[in-house]
Write a protein that binds this ligand. Sequence first.
Ligand code: CTP
Ligand code: MG
Length: 228
Amino acid sequence: VIAAAGSGERLGAGGPKAFVELAGRPLLGWSVAAAAEAASTEALVVAAPDGFEEAAEAAIAAAAPDLAAQVVPGGASRAESVRLATAVVGTDLVLIHDAARPLAPASLFDAIVGRLEREPAAAVIAAAPIRDTGKRAADGAARVEETLVREHLWAAQTPQGFRVGALRAAQAAAEQAGELAGATDEARLIEGAGGEVLLEEAPAYNVKVTTAEDLVVAEALLAVRGRV
Ligand code: CTP
Ligand code: MG
């Protein structure tokens, strides 16, 4: 599942982020190509913004012409878009990925699926060890209350892999509790339901494109990796 239905306010490109060009290809195209390159991928579901269904189909056709793919309308929040897309998934395992992470390599998709096949956990998620020292501050205040032990801190990324039944149950429970829209990743829903979530260390270049500066960094990283 690729979540591509956001509006891209912080990027400020005047349109949805997933369709902004990065090195000659829409952001969405990079994720589609990586998913298609992963040996474990059987099919694709893309959540698209209102009015961008055809643009999503074109991006998929250009990046992965042979992959079975479906485009569904997104929702009001990221978690809702993912829930709507997860509803039409036909496999036992599902990977959720943000179109905003165009650098995720196919090997990361396959590593997560491999661990879900070998280990009994409900979820395996891409994550990076935090490199800076963590400080906790009170809500809205720029005053340090506590230093967090860096060795224990990871930044959660995508792709995030799940047993589809466990994910659907956790999404339904969060929806019921009115907590779905506020969830910034799917792993949190599994944690809330008491399920086990494992970390798969992601390469440092698996950055998220949020602002215009990130787009420049992402293009440089693609060049370093020899992808452009
Ligand atoms: N997303 C989605 N549906 C939404 C909101 C976000 O599918 N209703 C997707 C985005 O397309 C993106 C991913 O979730 O690939 C991560 O969200 P984010 O980086 O916040 O993207 P946007 O919401 O598009 O950006 P912004 O918050 O700056 O508007
Ligand atoms: Mg957003």
